[in-house]
Design a protein around this ligand. Structure first.
Ligand code: TYM
Length: 332
């Protein structure tokens, strides 16, 4: 059976990168896979969160999934903390994960920065919880943006370590699905930095809740260079801001990158930015308006999460039971 698991952290400022790199691809994949989409609230706790905000953002990510086109009747949508198996399996898998593997994780190095000694244990073991998320459902495919590739390689290594240690073929090795023109959307202020929820400048990203006017303003202020738009892919690659904006345009307009480059080759940025603002405003504006409509009825959102939790638990519980048996944990 082909099963997808993926998730987003409810840490605020859902942005165009989350949409193009992940959520939009899920919408396409839901037709062909058994899908489980999670709001990973336990992962959010690896950095300090305001409890009230965390609750609000959990509902906001849920609304974003549905507004983007994920069908909550067909797919399982739930928040991670409602299925205890995630934390339990993370412990079990943590006992099989060598520290050396975790020491290689670049995201921990970036997030902990110079304050490694003060960083929490949860931030360090974050990728083990992510492996548990996926393996708890024996997911076979994991659609994510480029920045999650290393974590997925670790999840495959952990699955392999479990199978070898116990001499079983229990966990499938989950396959990363990283595709489309938006696998790595960069900041609007610096084409060498990833667009991120945590960037202090709101002008660095297009949020999924921005209205058309805000989107137009952010695109107008987006960093560019003084030359006209590049004429070839090679030329674009050497100009990170132009390359990023062209990639975003291609992705939103449903073109491939070379077609977007050909369309604007040699033109000036202001005409291009007007078109980009138009297409971005259309796509995100509709999703943002639908999110607002859904969020006006928190009872509906909570109902989706409640049903999702029951469905997720029903899939996870027997799998966790088998894992306990394989590992020799007695359940009298
Ligand atoms: P998170 O919340 O940082 O991001 C959610 C998804 O958005 C993608 N993404 C991007 N894609 C393109 N360009 C960008 N600038 C950009 N920024 C973010 C991410 O790759 C991700 O797909 N650890 C994960 C959440 C997670 C998870 C999982 C994912 C927890 N458990 C199990 C898959 C399977 C994270 O922090 O994503």
């Amino acid at each position: 059976m082909k099963r997808i698991f993926s998730g987003v952290q409810p840490t605020g400022n859902l942005h165009l990168g989350n949409y193009l790199g992940a959520i939009r691809n899920w919408v396409q994949l839901q037709k062909d896979f058994d899908c489980i989409f999670c709001i990973v609230d336990l992962h959010a706790l690896t950095l300090p969160q305001d409890p009230k905000e965390l609750r609000a953002q959990t509902r906001e990510v849920t609304a974003a999934y549905i507004a983007a086109g994920i069908d909550p009747e067909h797919c399982v949508i739930f928040n991670q903390s409602t299925v205890p198996g995630h934390a339990e399996l993370a412990w079990l898998l943590g006992c099989l994960t060598p520290l050396g593997w975790l020491n290689r994780m670049t995201q921990f190095k970036e997030k902990a920065g110079k304050h490694r000694e003060e960083a929490g244990l949860g931030l360090y073991s974050y990728p083990v919880l992510m492996a548990a998320d996926i393996l708890l459902y024996k997911a076979t495919h994991v659609p994510v943006g480029e920045d999650q590739k290393q974590h997925l390689e670790l999840a495959r290594d952990i699955a392999g370590a479990f199978n070898r240690r116990y001499g079983v073929e229990f966990f499938p090795l989950p396959e990363p699905q990283i595709f489309g023109a938006g696998t790595r959307v960069m900041s609007l202020r610096d084409g060498t930095k990833k667009m991120s929820k945590s960037d202090i400048s709101d002008y660095s990203r297009l949020n999924m809740t921005d209205d058309a006017e805000t989107i137009a303003l952010k695109i107008k202020k987006a960093k560019t260079d003084p030359q006209p738009l590049p004429a070839t892919e090679k030329e674009a690659e050497a100009r990170p801001e132009a390359d990023n904006l062209l990639g975003i345009y291609a992705s939103l307009a449903g073109l491939d990158k070379p077609a977007a480059i050909a369309r604007f080759a040699g033109k000036n940025f202001s005409a291009f930015k007007d078109e980009l603002a138009g297409v971005a405003g259309d796509v995100l504006g509709k999703i943002g308006a639908e999110m607002k409509r859904l969020l006006a009825d928190p009872g509906y959102i909570d109902g989706v999460l409640h049903r999702g939790a029951a469905r997720a638990n029903a899939i996870a519980s027997p799998i966790l039971g088998e894992i306990f048996d394989i590992m020799g944990l007695l359940r009298p």
